[in-house]
Design a protein around this ligand. Structure first.
Ligand SMILES: Nc1ncnc2c1ncn2[C@@H]1O[C@H](COP(=O)(O)OP(=O)(O)OP(=O)(O)O)[C@@H](O)[C@H]1O
Ligand SMILES: [Mg+2]
Length: 311
């Protein structure tokens, strides 16, 4: 597996003991706050995602078992923008759904924004925003009402919810569509509304599952400029999936690649490309080259269930 920059350096000097990080192998450095911080070369870093052995298995209708996620460890520090890549069916959305408390893991543990996904799901949800791969918004409501309802669902007062809705409409350039029904929005407008819905309660951590899929290049660029600006303004941690590897290359400080339920690479995009250049005859590999090198060229939609149960 490929590990990156601060993570490669830090992992080389740290070990996990129980839930606490030990730095340089010295017990004196065990953190009392048990696993919510990573201490390393760059000082103390708060972990926004800290998962150990996270796994999810599904029983399918034909009595077989799919090991969608196979015991992965994830450590994402506060403020990072991580692109979580992988072929169709790799297990990305399943991972996000577990981290966002929408789906219980079959095994493993995780803290997200400092709270345990199993014992404290309400606190996790309060601290995170989630923009799923599918539709997030209801279709019959008007755009502004949808945002206000979302605010109220998070326990925000009526006046503050209205204020927040107007603020987000402006930030995501939806003010003109405020009174339109959601079903009448264009694809780009709809996706910007999905992102706005994920931001209503000012989360410190935002999960985005293929936020730009289906958008034209103008709308994609526009959506990313909104997301990057919000991140700059708020210092939000962002964990996103995308199949547009040029986007991941341009924006993410860190790229994780998942395949067949396992994390198979974790580095900067430049680190991954340099690694491939060093062991191939490609002078200037792209992230697409890296992706194909790591995950192969076979189609994953035809990937068969990992374990066939006795039917
Ligand atoms: N509810 C479910 N029941 C049965 N199998 C499921 C279920 N959800 C996901 N899977 C299976 O788990 C595997 C991982 O799916 P997942 O949606 O996590 O992949 P993904 O990496 O997000 O793919 P994509 O890039 O296509 O969105 C797939 O084989 C999928 O068919
Ligand atoms: Mg998915």
């Amino acid at each position: 597996m490929r590990f990156s920059g601060i993570w490669r350096e830090t992992r080389a000097r740290t070990a996990v003991v129980g839930e606490a990080w030990v730095v340089n192998g010295r017990n004196g450095d065990v953190r009392a706050d048990s696993g919510q911080y990573l201490a390393g070369m760059l000082g103390r870093v708060r972990l926004m995602i800290n998962a150990q052995g996270l796994a999810r298995t599904f029983q399918t209708s034909n009595y077989s078992t799919v090991e969608a996620v196979r015991g992965i460890d994830l450590h994402v520090a506060e403020g990072e923008l991580v692109a979580f890549l992988g072929p169709n069916g790799a297990g990305k959305s399943t991972t996000l759904r577990m981290l966002t408390t929408l789906l219980p893991p079959t095994s493993g543990t995780a803290t997200v924004a400092g709270f345990d996904i199993a014992s404290d799901p309400g606190e996790v949800r309060r601290c995170i925003g989630y923009v799923g791969q599918g539709d997030g918004a209801g279709h019959m409501q008007r755009v502004r009402d949808e945002l206000i309802t979302q605010g109220r669902c998070y326990g925000i007062g009526a006046a503050e919810s209205r204020h927040r809705a107007d603020e987000l409409l402006e930030q995501l350039q939806l003010t003109e569509q405020a009174n339109q029904k959601v079903m009448t929005l264009s694809g780009g407008q709809k996706r910007r509304l999905d992102v706005a819905l994920g931001l209503v309660h000012r989360p410190g951590l935002l999960f985005l599952d293929e936020p730009s899929t289906g958008l034209d290049p103008q709308n994609r660029a526009n959506l990313w400029s909104h997301i990057l600006r919000l991140r700059e303004e708020t210092g939000m941690t962002i964990f996103l999936t995308t199949h547009y590897l040029d986007e991941a290359d341009a924006m993410a400080e860190r790229v994780m690649v998942m395949d067949r339920g396992e994390v198979i690479a974790d580095d900067t995009a430049d680190g991954l490309k340099a690694d491939l250049a060093a062991r191939s005859d490609l002078a200037q590999p792209t992230l697409d080259d890296v992706f194909l090198d790591l995950t192969g060229r076979s189609l994953r939609d035809s990937f068969m269930p990992a374990v066939a149960a006795a039917a």
